[in-house]
Design a protein around this ligand. Structure first.
Ligand code: 5GP
Length: 334
């Protein structure tokens, strides 16, 4: 556990509003009744398995607390600080631009970017903007246009686009993400969180830069075997979030988590938290779970982190700096 904490880590799959802790919500002066609701829901979630849809109910509470630009700014600062304390040296935070009280989607993005630019801590932070699956194509296009406009304004901070939200709703629209890609955005797509072989195939054929979860995509999954073959041709890095998958019940247990196939076959993957607030986790805890249930030694965990550097959405210069940092750490702790 100590080593898992101390390794300089990279977090590549963290949703801003799902990462908020109770302490942060209190600081945001979220109504007492909302905090109690949040506490109750996160407690219940962490004690037992819940359906994915029930998990999604919790996000609404955090959304109520971040419905103005000041709160969005403070929430971003708080999450960056949490990850920094967990020895995360590179963070790709993702969030869904949302209009709220006197706040447009553009204001929302500007508030997150401003907090990232004002960050004084020793942690590099980049931003991925999410498109919610529930949206109609018109709403998604509107979000994409705002995102592309803001990408031109803050090219060094906004690096990618994500497709997330309740997987039981909506569908992947290739044209939308082609347009995003043409606009210079890297793509990270939530894929196969539930059984949906058709959509998994569509996403794999599109070929995103990274995949989120990829739960129903592995050699032992009894669905369409061609998807696994297609995956092996593409070998797209997968963002693995163990606690989230186990609590949401899409994975039966930690030892049975599909990360084992990625480890066993040396396939590209990284270890991530998803929603550390909602699921009561941290990147240190996720590393510890992988060590405990999948037999990774400290050196393997360090190597997994080093490999993850190649999957980030930042410049080669940043990749080199991170590799040097990791190498220095290794030389000191060998
Ligand atoms: P936000 O984008 O508002 O900062 O973070 C919360 C949102 O992220 C949720 O409302 C949901 O759309 C998305 N999200 C968080 N965790 C998950 C997950 O495990 N799977 C999917 N598909 N979406 C998620």
């Amino acid at each position: 556990h100590v080593i898992c904490h101390e390794i300089p880590k990279l977090e590549l799959h963290a949703h801003l509003n799902g990462s908020l802790t109770e302490t942060c919500l209190k600081k945001l002066k979220c109504l007492d009744s909302s905090i109690k609701g949040y506490q109750r829901m996160t407690e219940v979630l962490n004690k037992s398995q819940r359906s994915l849809s029930e998990c999604f109910e919790v996000f609404k509470i955090a959304h109520n607390a971040t419905n103005n630009v000041e709160a969005v700014f403070a929430a971003t600062q708080s999450v960056i600080s949490d990850f920094h304390m967990d020895h995360v040296v590179y963070l790709e935070l993702r969030t869904t631009p949302r209009a709220g009280q006197d706040m447009s989607k553009e204001d929302y993005i500007a508030a997150v970017v401003t907090a990232i630019l004002a960050n004084p801590l020793e942690i590099i932070v980049k931003l991925i903007l999410s498109i919610d699956r529930r949206n109609s194509i018109e709403q998604s296009l509107d979000s994409l246009n705002v995102i592309l406009k803001m990408k031109l304004k803050y090219p060094d901070v906004i690096v990618g686009i994500d497709f997330s939200g309740n997987p039981a709703e909506g569908e992947f629209n290739e044209d939308l993400f082609k347009k995003a890609r043409e606009g210079g955005l890297k793509t990270s797509i939530h894929c196969g969180e539930i059984r949906n072989d058709e959509e998994i195939e569509k996403i794999l054929k599109f070929g995103p830069d990274r995949l989120g979860h990829a739960t129903f995509l592995h050699p032992e999954y009894e669905g369409n075997p061609n998807n696994w073959k297609l995956y092996l041709e593409k070998k797209i890095p997968v963002e693995c979030c163990l606690t989230s998958n186990v609590i949401c019940g899409t994975t039966k247990s930690y030892p049975e988590h599909h990360i084992r196939e990625w480890i066993r076959n040396s396939l590209p993957h990284c270890i991530c938290t998803d929603d550390k607030g909602v699921f009561g986790t941290s990147l240190t805890k996720e590393y510890t779970l992988v060590a405990e249930h999948h037999g990774l030694k400290p050196k393997d965990l360090w190597q997994t982190t080093c490999n993850s550097v190649d999957y980030i959405f930042a410049s080669d210069d940043i990749k080199t700096r991170l590799k040097v940092k990791l190498m220095n750490w290794y030389n000191k702790h060998e």
